[in-house]
Structure formats: structure tokens, C-alpha cells
Design a protein around this ligand. Structure first.
Ligand code: TYD
Length: 299
């Protein structure tokens, strides 16, 4: 049996192994060797390769069925290994704030961090793009005007690169130490802005980011839902100039809003969706209550 395991590792695609073996058309030499070794050990092919026809029949049928069972379990195991994200052994809690520009995420993220700290929790507040030295450099490259044309795929990769560093260097280590990590934006922002806003496709952009983060997902996403017009009014009320993304027209921001709401509808158990125009105090109280529930259910 071990020889078959060795044979598997030589082959490129597990799916290919299954198709090839079950249709009897494998061309992989190491797989063929594994098959012959098995046949030989069950006695219906001599080590020299000559078929002992007289000993075929029932014995051969049983051996072949056992062989296929082993094959199925080895390949199923390999498929699981290939597809499963990095194992998550995290005692902390991971919360992402999402929403259109001008939704007030930063204010609510700061409020939540203060409340949790005053309750004695260890809290890490961070943001995207950014959160690491390389991420902050990428942030200014991708958001500031004046770096020439940044095409949508380049833009998506820059956000994903910042996120990869953020997830591996900051978020995972903090979660492993038991902290509550609060991030201002995460994967959903890329799915909404680059997938829907830039029209790159939400499925492809999600896949890129799952790869970048090795499958690290928030325990809770707080979505502050803002109408594009309200968001623009809030942004332009201050002195700060709009960045590359903020300065896109309202229909771009409308696509983003719809994409965020769709994401929340698809997995309501991990989202808290609140209208951004509600009073700051009310929003803060609702968010804290939901997070306390989550923390309570874990102790
Ligand atoms: P944000 O930090 O919310 O802006 P501000 O500094 O005004 O609070 O986000 C910066 C911009 O980057 C925002 O317009 C959304 C955009 N963005 C994406 O397009 N994709 C992403 O993956 C992320 C994280 C942000």
C-alpha cells in the first residue's frame, strides 16, 4: 500500500490520478509501478510481470476492489489537503468593519476598541490597505493620485499584497495571542471595490484574497451601509481631499454598496448590518452588544 502513496506524490493532479486510474488509462510511470506492486502482492501478476491466469477470478476481483478502496481513501485525503485552508488555531476574535466611503467605519472601530479595552480585553486596531510597513507603502501607492495609470488588476493585486502581509505578520500572530483584532476593511472591500466596482468579478477577487490570506476570515463583519450620496456629503464636509477610489462617480459607489449587501445576505450569521446614518452612540451600543455576545459564547 505504501508504494501507492509514494506513487501519488509523483503525479501532478489528484483529480487526474482518479480519472486515470478509474478509467484504467494512467500513463504515470510511478502510478503504474504502484499498481503493479499491489497486483504482485495480491498474487495475480508475478514480479516479472507475467500474468498467472489460473489464479485470477475471485481472488483478483477481491484484490482489485481492495485496491480501489485504498486508492479512493488516499486520493480523498489528498484532495482535502489540497483544498483546506491553513488550520486556524486562534483563541482571539477577528472583527472587520466594512462599508462605502464616508460610512463612519473608523469612528465605530475606534469606539469598539475603546470599549473593549476598558472591559479589560487586549485589542489590536488596524487597517487596510496598510497595517504593516510594506502595506502602508502600498497604501500610498494605490490611493494617492499622481502614480500614473493603475489598471484594475494591478490595483486588485496591490490590495491583496498589502492584505497578505497584514494577515500573516499582524492579524494571525495577534489572534494566536488571544487579542481582539479590529480591522478597518478586509477582504470584502476588495470583493466590492475591485470585484464589483472595477468589474473584475467578485468570485475571482475573493479567490485571489483567500489565497493571499490562506483562508483567514473574520468572525464578525460589521457592515455600515451608506447611500453613495450621503457618503460623498460626509466626505466632502471635511477638509481632506478625496483619494483615487473615493473620487470615482456615484454609480461606482452604488455597485460597491450592492456588493457589500449581497455579501452580508449570503452569510447573515457572520454579519451585523447597520444603517450608517443612525446616531453614532446607537451604532456603537449595538456593535458592542453583538461583540460581547460573541465573546461570551466563547468562554
Ligand atoms: P479607507 O481606509 O476606508 O479610506 P479613509 O482613509 O478615507 O478612511 O479606504 C481607502 C480606500 O481604499 C477606500 O476608497 C476603499 C479602497 N479599498 C479598495 O478599493 N479595496 C480594498 O481592498 C481596500 C482595503 C480598500
Amino acid at each position: 500500500m505504501a508504494s501507492f502513496g509514494t506513487a501519488c506524490r509523483h503525479h501532478h493532479s489528484v483529480r487526474g490520478q482518479i480519472c486515470g486510474m478509474f478509467s484504467g488509462k494512467t500513463h504515470c510511470p510511478s502510478l503504474r509501478r504502484g499498481e503493479r506492486a499491489l497486483e504482485s502482492c495480491y498474487g495475480f501478476v508475478s514480479p516479472s510481470g507475467r500474468v498467472r491466469r489460473a489464479r485470477a477470478g475471485e481472488r483478483r476481483r477481491r484484490a482489485l476492489s481492495e485496491f480501489l478502496c485504498t486508492l479512493r481513501s488516499v486520493t480523498t485525503q489528498r484532495l482535502k489537503q489540497d483544498q483546506s485552508p491553513m488550520p486556524d488555531q486562534r483563541p482571539g476574535l477577528f472583527i472587520a468593519f466594512e462599508g462605502g466611503d464616508g460610512a463612519g467605519k473608523s469612528t465605530q472601530a475606534a469606539r469598539l476598541a475603546e470599549s473593549l479595552e476598558s472591559l479589560g480585553f487586549s485589542v489590536l486596531r488596524t487597517r487596510e490597505p496598510g497595517g504593516t510597513p510594506i502595506g502602508e507603502k502600498l497604501r500610498s501607492l494605490v490611493l494617492d493620485h499622481g502614480h500614473g495609470t493603475i489598471d484594475p488588476r494591478t490595483e486588485a493585486l496591490m490590495f491583496a499584497a498589502s492584505r497578505a502581509a497584514h494577515a500573516s505578520q499582524v492579524i494571525r500572530p495577534a489572534l494566536a495571542q488571544g487579542a481582539v483584532v479590529i480591522t478597518d476593511r478586509y477582504i470584502d472591500s476588495s470583493v466590492a471595490y475591485q470585484g464589483a466596482g472595477r468589474d473584475l468579478g467578485t468570485v475571482d477577487v475573493r479567490r485571489l484574497n483567500e489565497w493571499a490570506t490562506e483562508g483567514l476570515e473574520p468572525d464578525l463583519t460589521v457592515l455600515l451601509d451608506v447611500h453613495p450620496g450621503d457618503g460623498r456629503d460626509r466626505r466632502t464636509a471635511g477638509d481632506a481631499a478625496e483619494d483615487r477610489l473615493e473620487s470615482e462617480p456615484d454609480d461606482f459607489h452604488a455597485r460597491i454598496r450592492a456588493a457589500f449587501l449581497e455579501l452580508a445576505q449570503a452569510r447573515p450569521e457572520t454579519y451585523l448590518v447597520l444603517p450608517a446614518k443612525d446616531a453614532v452612540e446607537d451604532l456603537a451600543a449595538q456593535i458592542l452588544r453583538r461583540v460581547q455576545d460573541l465573546l461570551g459564547s466563547r468562554t
